[in-house]
Design a protein around this ligand. Structure first.
Ligand code: FAD
Length: 509
């Protein structure tokens, strides 16, 4: 063997140019290691989905004639550490050359760079060929700017990649962004599409993971596990989404309901982040649906904005600010996460649903992550680093490059407003407008204080009071401070007292 090539658990793209040619002198290595299962406590489905996807890719490569070494989690010679396993393998095979695809996470990138620099091997790092912007495209574009507006980056990407443009280069439909049309609540119609995602019984793999002592949380039941194993299943999911959900994606993008956890979202984030799908093909499929009249422009633009805009921009924020970004805590929040983050057992129905879904399915859609769970954490003042570890562990699609800026930047304003022009903070009125969660909740959405008042209300006002020094001059939230100025001093005192009481007893809400 002359060359060893590493494939990480989120590098499951069978179309990478590496595989264009079968070369008996090349050995591909994939490894299941405790280093990767244990850096935070992970949801059971995330461990299962990644291991199952890696095993499926290894089989696919073998059947195509490639040489593959697969190191399962329970192999006696598995050192459970990436570079220690590489040391052993390169010694055993006497390979002189090592190649790897650029990792998306700083942690792994730094580990492999340092190891390779001291190894004396030939070879080096190559592109994963996955993203549409390079690591530093956003940094270069925003050089010297205090705030990094996603919208500017998104327009640049639309132009650069020729997406949703009229022939002369103007945006399709005469505007770049149809977000204002995408904020409808869902009242039961149109019906949520059937869940046609694949079913897999991973009982044996689960037993192996448990026997190896890998810690985890969340549901591992076969019925709850609906994640694709390979590119072919991911392509089926993409087609079903385009045919059945995309036409309504825009309208109900921000809606939430106890009767429909998925609504019209794609659930493609796992397949995208482990690179079973390429963002370009997902974007092209959505644009084709619009051009053929199968989906309205507002829905298609809204969906494409998430992938061509948000996903690439978030990655740019990550690479521009790592290392260091992971420690941001501009609002100096320090409270520990309440116990019900791990059980879903709270009387607040919105959180019960959103955390309950996350525990059951390793997924929650964007507004549940941002406006229910993240919003609560922000208002209550939870420690953003503890919250980051929770988000990184619980979601099937969570890899640090995409999770960290979403959690610390967008959701917790912990980067001081680099990513978001104002904190995503909302009271019960928002929850009631966008969901049916408040119906049947023991807390009353109309009350600010008292034992039955929805905790979001007092926490919302108290959050703005506590952070007035930093936030009151922000023109985008001037209305909040004008409302506070119009309140009686006694009402403000009641709010402060109630919020302090809530924050002292978060575990029992
Ligand atoms: P859809 O609603 O169908 O959107 C389509 C695609 O757009 C997604 O699959 C995703 O690839 C992309 N996308 C949408 N919003 C974002 C965004 N803000 N950032 C990056 N990509 C986006 N997404 C992750 O992939 N991994 C994470 O770890 C993650 N953590 C998050 C943490 C917080 C606090 C918040 C507020 C958001 C987070 N997101 C994360 C973004 C978003 O919530 C998920 O991408 C989305 O819910 C995945 O479900 P879906 O595939 O059905 O998305």
């Amino acid at each position: 063997m002359k060359t060893v090539r590493l494939l990480l658990g989120d590098q499951l793209n069978p179309l990478h140019p590496w595989f264009d040619r079968v070369d008996p002198e090349v050995l591909y290595v994939l490894m299941e290691i405790r280093q990767e299962t244990d850096y935070v406590l992970h949801h059971a489905q995330k461990i299962l989905a990644i291991f199952a996807g890696m095993r499926a890719l290894a089989e696919h490569l073998r059947s195509a004639g490639h040489q593959v070494r697969y190191i399962p989690i329970d192999a006696p010679n598995n050192r459970q550490n990436l570079t220690e396993n590489l040391d052993a393998l390169l010694t055993e095979t006497q390979a002189g050359c090592f190649e790897w695809q650029a990792p998306d996470e700083y942690r792994l990138d730094a580990q492999l760079d340092a190891w390779f620099a001291g190894s004396g091997f030939d070879g080096g790092k190559t592109s994963s060929m996955h993203f549409l912007a390079n690591r530093f495209e956003a940094r270069n574009m925003f050089a010297g700017k205090k705030q990094w507006r996603m919208e500017n980056f998104y327009r640049h990407m639309r132009r650069k990649h020729g997406v949703l443009l009229e022939p002369e280069g103007s945006p399709a439909g005469g505007q770049w962004n149809f977000d204002a049309e995408n904020r409808k609540p869902w009242r039961g119609q149109p019906p949520e599409p059937l869940d046609r995602r694949p079913l897999h019984d991973h009982t044996l793999l689960w037993q192996t993971i448990c026997d190896a002592g890998v810690p985890s949380f969340g549901s591992h039941s076969a019925a709850a596990f609906r994640w694709p194993l390979n590119r072919s299943e991911a392509l089926d999911m993409l087609k079903t989404f385009i045919d059945e959900a995309l036409p309504h994606f825009g309208d109900y993008q921000d809606a939430m309901s106890t009767n429909a956890a998925r609504l019209f979202h794609s659930l493609l984030s796992f397949a995208l982040n482990v690179k079973m799908l390429h963002p370009q093909e997902v974007i092209a499929a959505a644009e084709t649906a619009w051009r053929s009249g199968a989906a309205p422009l507002a829905a298609v633009e809204g969906f494409i904005r998430q992938i061509l805009g948000w996903r690439e921009y978030i990655r740019g924020v990550y690479w521009a600010h790592m290392p260091g970004y992971e420690n941001s805590n501009a609002l100096e929040h320090t409270l520990p996460l309440p116990e019900w983050f791990w059980t879903g057992k709270t009387d607040m129905r919105c959180l019960q649903e959103s955390i309950g879904n996350s525990l059951e399915h390793a997924h929650a859609h964007h507004i549940q992550r941002l406006m229910v769970i993240g919003n609560f954490a922000l208002l209550a003042g939870l420690d953003p680093q503890a919250l980051h570890r929770w988000y990184l562990g619980i979601y099937i699609d969570a890899f640090e490059w995409v999770e960290l800026p979403n959690t610390l930047g967008m959701s917790q304003f912990a980067d001081g407003g680099l990513l978001a022009s104002k904190p995503y903070a909302a009271s019960a009125a928002y929850m009631h407008r966008m969901s049916d969660y408040c119906r049947g909740c023991r807390y009353k959405r109309n009350r600010r204080t008292g034992p039955d008042a929805c905790p979001y209300n007092a926490l919302y006002w108290d959050f703005h009071l506590r952070h007035a020094d930093r936030l009151s001059r922000n023109p985008r939230i001037g209305m909040v401070y004008r409302n506070l100025a119009a309140m009686d001093a006694s009402e403000i005192e009641n709010i402060r007292r109630h919020a302090a009481d809530l924050r002292a007893h978060l575990d029992v809400l």
